[in-house]
Ligand binder design. Structure first.
Ligand code: ZN
Length: 61
């Protein structure tokens, strides 16, 4: 999962689901803390597609 802060729009890194406690995702999100502005629970999580789609290479070839 990719984690972004809603407050400051900084990228807070990646999480492996296997490394997280066995909580509901909403619970986990509510406990995540931004490493930049320190907000807790102000994070947006997204599926990490980086290993599937390489945006740096693009599709226009
Ligand atoms: Zn932040």
């Amino acid at each position: 999962m990719l984690v972004f802060c809603v407050e400051c729009q900084q990228h807070n890194g990646r999480l492996k689901l296997a490394d997280l406690p066995d909580w509901d995702w909403s619970e986990i999100s509510a406990h995540l803390k931004c490493t930049f502005c320190g907000k807790v629970g102000w994070v947006d999580t997204r599926l990490d597609w980086g290993e599937v789609v390489d945006f740096a290479k693009g599709v226009s070839g």
